[in-house]
Design a protein around this ligand. Structure first.
Ligand SMILES: [Zn+2]
Length: 101
């Protein structure tokens, strides 16, 4: 995930910072370990340092542009499981935003 995305999320958190926030993150861009490290760096020595994060993963869904099958890419593959063509359109899985309560 790009650190710019994390920084833009951080700027959107209202002040004074809440105790916890829920982030919705698309499966395709989420890597737990990487994200935790990037988040830690981004909030280091800021008022958000101790904020509690709840992560909601948004499942990935792609649609084949040849046979129009919608499928869940299990290995982040881009080839259609039905007709094997590549170049699927990503329907969901790249989101990154704050879930409003
Ligand atoms: Zn297909």
């Amino acid at each position: 995930m790009q650190i710019q995305k994390i920084n833009s999320i951080i700027q959107k958190i209202k002040q004074p910072s809440p105790e916890s926030i829920q982030l919705a993150i698309g499966e395709l861009i989420y890597d737990e370990k990487e994200f935790n490290e990037q988040w830690k760096q981004a909030v280091y020595k800021t008022p958000l340092q101790n904020i509690k994060l709840n992560i909601r993963i948004i499942p990935a869904e792609q649609q084949c542009m040849v046979c129009f099958l919608k499928y869940h890419p299990t290995q982040k593959e881009t080839a259609c499981p039905q007709c094997k063509s590549v170049g699927a359109k990503i329907i969901s899985g790249e989101e990154f935003y704050i879930d409003e309560k």
